[in-house]
Design a protein. Structure first.
Length: 185
């Protein structure tokens, strides 16, 4: 009997996590709001990290997710919307979604930016029908401590990821299991 109740409880938690993600997607930002928030988040990131600014000057494109909400209890979900910028102009909109399992509780808000350093990495994003991070182009997550050591002369990967919140760069977050999908605005 215990196993049956555990399985039922687990299914309820999964449904709650998925409901959370679906609720976030229904509160989608307008294109104008997303453009404004993505540009503001990128400028704040540049102010906190000279490495991010240096990479941004050389990047083929930058995908900025200014506000991601992650929450759950044992099973969690994450959702956010982002703008792809090329040459300072928005060229597309994307969402980021993931479901995670393990010891977790509560809600966290943060953002992240992906710096596409090669045309082939950007082409992979554009041609994929939902890019599951960890497959395709190589991604390096730039932690707070390592951010000062990344420059355009040492940058050899396809994509660099910076996590941030209102206070600055963040450490200890990952992208495993995250899916990025193009959306229409």
């Amino acid at each position: 009997m215990g196993h049956k109740y555990f399985l039922t409880g687990f299914c309820v938690v999964v449904l709650l996590a998925l409901t959370f993600v679906a609720a976030r997607s229904s509160q989608a930002a307008s294109a104008a709001e997303l453009n404004r928030d993505a540009k503001a988040a990128l400028q704040k990131l540049y102010a906190k990290s000279p490495s991010a600014k240096s990479l941004g000057e050389k990047a083929t494109a930058i995908l900025v997710f200014p506000s991601i909400t992650k929450g759950g209890f044992i099973v969690g979900g994450q959702f956010g919307e982002g703008a792809l910028m090329k040459g300072g102009k928005t060229t597309g909109y994307y969402n980021t979604v993931s479901v995670s399992y393990g010891l977790q509780a509560g809600v966290q808000k943060y953002g992240y930016a992906l710096f596409f350093m090669t045309d082939s990495a950007l082409e992979y994003l554009n041609k994929s029908d939902g890019w599951e991070l960890g497959t395709g182009p190589s991604i390096v997550i730039v932690d707070v401590g390592a951010a000062g050591g990344v420059s355009t002369t040492t940058a050899k990967s396809d994509v660099y990821a910076f996590f941030f919140d209102q206070r600055g760069l963040m450490a200890g977050l990952g992208l495993q299991g995250t899916k990025i999908t193009k959306v229409n605005k």
